[in-house]
Ligand binder design. Structure first.
Ligand SMILES: [Zn+2]
Length: 280
């Protein structure tokens, strides 16, 4: 089965000692692309370092809601400069987190807005983290209104992105009507091992709703190990578990789904034309 991991933090410290072994295992499992998102300055810089010597990996730079209050204006100016690098195919991860609130809500909103503006300016999709406390949906509702206010799903995102998704809901979590709203705005949805957790039952229905070219799969390594994956550190190779689940939900053979996942990845993230793997 051909596979992609549209969100794997192999730039995390926990991979520093054995990143090449982890990437070899991913290659053997069929992975053809991994998107490596940053969450603050250091991790964004590490993502750039990793993709510099490994052309089948892509980078994203941005600031996570947890780090919203930890990145000052000069730091943000650096992220903005990196965002124009051709190896950077997306902005993020960013978003909102009303569950853990490691940064105050106002700082999260301000941070989300600067990341969304950068996505529109660079025409690189925003990668969006969005979590509420169990049984709640305040972060999802706030995200939808922030997206609308920034022009996503309207003229601003159409001008920048055309038919490409202007943003990706990463590691989907939330109710079905929220999924309908973001799909109507043209966004892509990426599923992770979170779909197997209690409280995330709506994901099974959402998995059947996402239009083909906007259906993505990810691990969110080193987090969110799926059943059968390691209890501790998750790795990109285990994206196969969630991809298998998606194939079942969509009533499709794994080989066919794999081809479509690769096509959706390439249709979402504009990889540089000079990128050796882009033509492979
Ligand atoms: Zn992540």
């Amino acid at each position: 089965m051909r596979l992609v991991d549209s969100h794997g933090h192999v730039n995390a410290d926990r991979f520093e000692d054995d990143v090449d072994e982890v990437l070899d295992a991913a290659r053997h499992a069929g992975l053809e692309r991994i998107l490596v998102p940053g969450w603050n300055l250091r991790s964004s810089e590490r993502a750039l370092e990793l993709v510099a010597t490994r052309p089948w990996l892509d980078a994203a730079v941005g600031v996570h809601p947890h780090d919203a209050s930890g990145v000052d204006s000069p730091g943000w100016a650096t992220v903005e400069r990196w965002a124009y690098d051709e190896r950077v195919v997306a902005i993020g991860e960013t978003g909102l987190d009303a569950d853990r609130m490691f940064s105050p809500w106002d700082a999260q909103l301000e941070n989300l807005r600067r990341n969304l503006a950068l996505a529109l300016a660079t025409a690189k999709p925003a990668i969006l983290h969005c979590r509420s406390r169990a049984g709640e949906r305040d972060a999802q509702d706030a995200l939808v209104s922030e997206l609308r206010a920034a022009g996503f799903g309207g003229d601003a995102s159409k001008a920048a992105f055309g038919d490409r998704p202007p943003a990706v809901i990463h590691s989907f979590s939330g109710p079905v009507d929220y999924a309908h709203e973001v799909i109507a705005m043209g966004l892509a949805i990426s599923f992770s091992g979170l779909v197997f957790r209690r409280g995330e039952e709506a994901s099974a229905a959402v998995a059947t709703l996402v239009p083909e070219g906007r259906l993505l799969v990810e691990t969110d390594s080193p987090f969110l190990s799926p059943p059968g994956g390691p209890r501790g550190r998750n790795e990109p190779q285990y994206v196969a578990v969630t991809a298998g689940w998606l194939a079942e939900r969509r009533g499709m053979g794994e080989a066919e789904l794999g081809d479509r996942l690769v096509a959706a990845y390439d249709g979402t993230f504009a990889r540089p034309a000079t990128h050796p793997a882009a033509t492979a």
